[in-house]
Design a protein around this ligand. Sequence first.
Ligand code: ZN
Length: 402
Amino acid sequence: MSSLDLALDNVRLPDGSSGSIGISGGRIASLGKGQAGEARQRHDLGGALVLPGLVDGHNHLDTTFFGDVWRPHQRCVAGFNVGERLGIQKDWLSRGAPLAERAGALVERAVSRGTTHMRTHVEIDTDFGLTHLEGILAVRERYRDVVSIQIVGLGRGLLVRPGTRELLDAALSQGADVVGGLDPAIFEGNVEAHLDVVFGLAERHGKSIDLHLHEGGHLGLHTLGRIAERTRASGMQGRVVASHAYALGEVPLDAMLPTAEKLAKAGVAIMTNAPGDHPFPPVLALREAGVTVFAGNDDIRDSWWPYGDGDMLERAMMVGYRSGFYTDDELLCAFDLATAAPAKVLGLADYGVRVGASADMIVLDADHAQMAVVARPVRREVYKAGRVVARDGVFLGVQGKA
Ligand SMILES: [Zn+2]
């Protein structure tokens, strides 16, 4: 039997047991009690906890100002308004550092905090054309050995901005993995026509769907119901996401549950980042109804929000904190929102700390995952495909071979 590339001994495994992990060819080759087999390299982790790599299910690398100069937040003149926010974003981006610098700085910070996979939404509209997609494709290639990046083509104004639909169509041919849309009612003014475009493009390109949905109250519930029905009608169960879906948190639970049942039956997943002081989807009630709920950082240090550095353990803590999670089961749910749940939505078949999976892992000082959520300890090491890509919070890049 050939020797392992790397043996990690004296490890605390995610289930709390002590043991070892053997890595070969970038994958977990053995897992269990005692020492791993013969290996070219071996490390004693001193009882540190090993958890699966963190998955950021929703962010915006192309519009972040992470690593750029500080810009004071600008509020909308009369309350939150998507159109006005997009105008502010366009102004900021016209004066920002190059996309490659901003996005690269955020990728490196996120990896240093343990993110091994992410889904990023890229602006596609008649202002930016495909320039943001081209920039993020280059960033994805540059960091391909340290993080896996899935790209959503976020069509801003598929109906109301002529030419955007064609740009999104082109984006899906040129590297975007997922069809993205925005607020079918309040931004586009026509729910059915917007969903016609989104589901049509998804069918034509064989892609999944991830829609931004800020629509509130019963209007938002109506849109969610239509998304669920369209998902079932087109046989796309398990391949559609509604991101934010504030409406689910803006109405009483009794009024929310019928929509939750529709979402569960259609396999439509919900992404939340527990934003600011805004109502957000009730995580446990949705999961009890059978809906897949997962988390993402969404906007980080950009024209929409000043907060964040890409740390998904911090995001898990925030969602748990705002959800009133206290018990171990609830804290494990918060951890799941930043790991297994988004991995399922992103279709990561080789995810997890298990034999055969890609060796994408974080090593930290904690007794178990629930403690990791509340304490958010510095990640001692971050592994991508069996190689150390960050240590003690410092990004090492592809030089940090194990
Ligand atoms: Zn977003």
